[in-house]
Design a protein around this ligand. Structure first.
Ligand code: S3P
Length: 425
């Protein structure tokens, strides 16, 4: 069983943006409680290669930038590792700067679709060439002299939205992005802290070119996408009662809370407050009898990264749960429909696969097979989701857990700290 309270890993999306915007602002910014996972380190290294000084202190980053006008051309290829957010947002930023850059990433990132940002950035005037007809990394960017565009994105993607808006800060005129459903809005919430005006209405967001950013002091809340593993862990492990402190509860990210509550989870938000424009709360959660749920439509972008963890909850819920409209899952760090189901298959869970989702037949009395071997498939969220099954069957093994360092260094230790007597229950 899991008992006690924990602080969760800081928010990856918010940390990326804080590093980027601070690196564009002339002067010294302080970022308190940043995530220093591998993805965020990729973002730091990109700006360090362009002349920004970044000092890491205990739970703080000090970013001293000459300002975006003075950034230098990186003298080598920028390697963004596994980080899709670094890649897509940096494609936007680099398109607006009069620099030549070459971008690559690891074997997972080099398979992920980039045309969704490259095509609109080219329309703004960026000269970008990339492998496979402009679709895949490596990419070469020659930035500068952009014109604002009105972009209607086909996907509800905060990475696409943010990339175009960030390029728009350096473009002539107005840049507007419309998305089919509202995706996470950290860029829109954070830019005004740096002195940049953002206009928003429903699913439209606009910025004006010629922006100037000023340095800030910023605090990053805990990541609800990391908290998701603990929420599900407490729900499915008998006897558990856990408080997860300091979790970002931005409404564009709280689909996991709504869905778990819909499934019957005993889950309460306490001590709600706002930190640097982001809603934050402590979340209390107990072991709960879960029932099946259907997830689709505008809920999907509000919990896109939490679907692998929710699949674990679905495996223990009464009835058949479904996920639809989730084809974006196919182009995450791995094909998360395939990798989620591959691990469920290894555990004998009954499921169906759809092009845009899956169905899982749950069983509250489920007995997990001893000694089953699961795999992260090199994807941090798949690895952490698979690890949760060990709470109920400690002989299960999960291969390739080193990838959790991408978003949640110390995940296993933190989970262990909540286990009574330090032993797996
Ligand atoms: C992110 C946006 C989401 C999410 C990713 C982080 C961001 O991706 O899956 O982990 O920080 O903007 P998409 O924008 O591709 O949906």
């Amino acid at each position: 069983m899991l008992n006690g309270s924990v602080d969760i890993a800081p928010d990856k999306s918010i940390t990326h943006r804080a590093i980027m915007f601070s690196s564009l602002a002339r002067g010294t910014s302080h970022i308190v409680n940043p995530l220093l996972g591998e993805d965020n380190i990729s973002t730091c290294q990109a700006f360090e290669a362009m002349g920004v000084e970044i000092t890491r202190e205990e739970r703080k980053l000090i970013i001293n930038s000459p300002g975006f006008e003075q950034l230098q051309e990186a003298s080598d290829v920028l390697d963004f590792g596994n980080s899709g957010t670094t890649t897509r947002l940096m494609l936007g930023i680099l398109s607006g700067l009069p620099l030549f850059s070459i971008i690559t990433g690891d074997r997972y990132l080099r398979q992920r679709p980039m045309l969704r940002v490259i095509e609109p950035l080219r329309r703004m005037g960026a000269r970008i060439d990339a492998r496979s007809g402009g679709k895949l990394l490596p990419a070469a960017v020659r930035g500068g002299a952009l014109n604002g565009i009105d972009h209607r994105s086909q996907v509800a993607s905060a990475q696409v939205k943010s990339a175009i808006l960030l390029a728009g800060l350096f473009a002539n005129g107005t840049t507007t992005v419309q998305e089919p459903e509202l995706s996470r809005d950290h860029t829109e919430r954070m830019l005004p802290f740096y002195g940049v005006k953002v206009q928003r209405e429903d699913r439209w967001t606009s910025v004006q070119g010629g922006a100037q950013l000023h340095p800030v002091d910023m605090t990053v809340p805990g990541d609800i996408s990391s908290a998701a593993f603990f929420l599900v862990a407490a729900c499915v492990t008998p006897g558990s009662a856990v408080t997860i402190c300091n979790v970002g509860v931005n409404p564009t990210r709280t689909g996991i809370i709504d869905v778990l509550q819909q499934m019957g989870a005993k889950l309460e938000l306490r001590n709600q407050r706002t930190v640097c424009g982001e809603p934050v709360a402590d979340i209390e959660v107990c072991h709960s009898s879960l029932s099946a749920v259907d997830i689709y439509g505008s809920t999907i972008p509000r919990l896109i990264d939490e679907i692998p963890a929710l699949a674990v909850a679905m495996a223990f819920a009464e009835g058949k749960s479904t996920v639809k409209d989730g084809s974006e899952l196919r182009v995450k760090e791995t094909d998360r429909i395939a990798t989620t189901l591959a691990n469920l298959k290894a555990l004998g869970v009954e499921y169906s696969e759809y092009e845009d989702g899956f169905a899982i037949t749950g069983d509250p009395e489920r007995k997990l097979p001893a000694g089953a071997v699961l795999d992260s498939y090199g994807d941090h969220r798949i690895g952490m989701s698979a690890w949760l099954f060990r709470l109920l069957q400690p002989t299960i093994e999960v291969e390739g857990m080193e990838c959790v360092a991408v978003s949640f260094p110390g995940f296993q230790q933190k989970l262990q700290s909540l286990q009574s007597n330090g032993a797996l229950s």
